[in-house]
Design a protein around this ligand. Structure first.
Ligand SMILES: [Zn+2]
Length: 140
């Protein structure tokens, strides 16, 4: 149950400042509606990202299949502090409805919990999401 306000966790404190500011602004408003954001994953070290990828290869049986779910340390927006995976009852639904106002966008259809900051979303709404990370040009 880690909060987006808890700087004692590197997963939170090492997030990109723009993403973190947007998250905290949204979290304050969401909480007035009874929705609390829970940080399931934020910033990750390269070593931890590699561990997650290795585990995914075991789980999904091959590297290409694993990469539909887990990026490499070189490409993961979690390693650069530009992505957050949120839990908490209603959090993903709340962000789906109101997140664009804060620049917070769902990026992958197969990961409804994964959000990144997109500056243009505050004006034009979030860009279309990708079916999964293998469709994201940044992952190539
Ligand atoms: Zn993620």
């Amino acid at each position: 149950g880690v909060s987006v306000f808890d700087d004692s966790y590197p997963a939170v404190s090492r997030l990109d400042g723009t993403l973190l500011t947007a998250l905290r602004s949204a979290a304050v408003v969401a909480r007035t509606g009874g929705v609390t954001f829970v940080v399931n994953s934020g910033w990750r070290s390269r070593a931890y990202q590699q561990y997650l990828l290795d585990q995914a290869v075991i789980t999904y049986g091959s590297l290409p299949e694993a990469r539909r779910w887990v990026a490499t340390p070189a490409t993961s927006p979690h390693v650069s502090g530009k992505a957050i995976d949120l839990g908490g009852t209603g959090a993903a639904d709340w962000l789906d409805r109101f997140g664009a106002t804060y620049g917070l966008c769902q990026i992958y259809q197969n990961e409804p919990w994964h959000f990144e900051f997109r500056a243009q979303a505050t004006m034009r709404g979030c860009p279309p999401s990708y079916p999964d990370p293998t469709h994201d040009p940044r992952m190539r």
